[in-house]
Design a protein around this ligand. Structure first.
Ligand code: 6V0
Length: 332
């Protein structure tokens, strides 16, 4: 006898009810931090983990499943077979060779392009309507590689980009001013990592533009302090990697936050890697760089046209040029 019995005159479940499915490829430190944060956010009905190592994968799956009593209900499955990702709404790719201490993100590229050739085509085949969210480094170039290998329209291929750099920036500004980081509006755009660009004019705290505030207070050398904060942002990934071997918690929260904006159609603005060609004089080919983009159920809904100083626009074009030179050597 069944544990539950149908009540009288009940109708079958509506076939139009949306079932939200997220697949995470790469069950390493970053993939698992993303997976566990997504579970706490209640954004998915089903979470699929894919990795090349079956034992580790099964261990991670069981460990997460055992937390079911404390979490919103999400079906968690795992496999080395991409067939399990069938019909995903969002595919998050974190698989990759790990950045070793001191290694530049660009050095990782060639190793990861080879991996992507075995990851992106099956993802695209099993989930032709999905949004691809790329996290593996170097994220801007690999987002371009994923776009090319998937054949998806550009609004459905997004790199996590400088979303993480911007949250580090907001934390450091908040720490410096002793305020809540959620009250700090600040964007880092451009390349994720070494050549990122801080948008000084956009920084505000509780709606108060910070540079003009500091000028009025005649705090002359604060601009220098802010520049040091940006330098600290750039160094921070290297510092965490040299201390604990990898980064995980902040990227986990950052990507889960993007997943929520996309799947819950939040239409929030995030600095993420999108096709930047045509913006701020960027030309010469297709290139992905982070710009403040509005995200929703359709992926990238638009890019906010923020004011950049000549120097900032110049820095962006320089990053685009460097990335294009690298991309041209990939033969994709
Ligand atoms: P990790 O812990 O080594 O995990 C990588 C995982 O990928 C491992 O579990 C591997 O088994 C798996 N893997 C390797 N090849 C395949 C394959 N062909 N198919 C499926 N799975 C595979 O690395 P970690 O999780 O620390 O980092 C993953 C990636 O994220 C790296 O490229 C990092 O550089 C990148 N990060 C990107 C960040 C960003 O802001 N964009 C931030 C942090 C890390």
């Amino acid at each position: 006898q069944a544990f539950f019995r149908q009540i009288q005159r009940a109708a079958p479940p509506s076939p139009t009810k949306r079932h939200t499915k997220i697949s995470v490829v790469g069950a390493g430190n970053v993939g698992m931090a993303i997976a566990q944060t997504i579970l706490t956010q209640d954004v998915a009905d089903e979470l699929v983990l894919i990795d090349a190592k079956p034992e580790k994968l099964r261990g991670e799956m069981l460990d997460l499943q055992h937390a079911a009593a404390f979490l919103p209900r999400t079906k968690i499955r795992a496999s080395v077979d991409y067939a399990l990702t069938d019909g995903s709404d969002l595919c998050i790719v974190t698989a990759g060779a790990r950045q070793i201490p001191g290694e530049s993100r660009l050095n990782l590229l060639q190793r990861n392009v080879t991996l992507f050739r075995s990851i992106i085509p099956p993802l695209a085949r099993y989930s032709p309507e999905a949004i691809l969210l790329i996290v593996s480094n170097p994220v801007d170039v690999l987002t371009y590689v994923a776009w090319k290998l998937s054949g998806f329209p550009s609004n459905r291929v997004i790199g996590s980009g400088t979303n993480l750099d911007s949250s580090r920036f907001r934390f450091l500004i908040a720490d410096h001013l002793d305020v809540n980081a959620q009250d700090v509006q600040a964007f880092i755009v451009g390349e994720h990592g070494d050549s990122s660009v801080a948008l000084w004019s956009s920084i505000s705290v509780g709606g108060v533009p910070i540079l003009s505030f500091l000028e009025k207070q005649q705090i002359a050398y604060e601009k220098k302090t802010l520049e040091n904060i940006h330098k600290e942002v750039i160094d921070s990934a290297y510092e965490v990697i040299s201390l604990k071997g990898y980064t995980s918690w902040a990227i986990g929260y950052s990507v889960a936050n993007l997943a929520r904006s996309i799947l819950r159609d939040q239409r929030k603005i995030h600095p993420v890697s999108v096709v930047a060609s045509g913006f701020y004089g960027i030309e010469g080919g297709d290139v992905f760089l982070s710009l403040p983009a509005q995200l929703g159920r359709g992926g990238v809904l638009g890019v906010a046209t923020v004011h950049l100083t000549d120097e900032e626009a110049h820095q962006l074009r320089d990053s685009a040029k460097t990335i294009l030179e690298v991309q041209n050597q990939l033969g994709i």
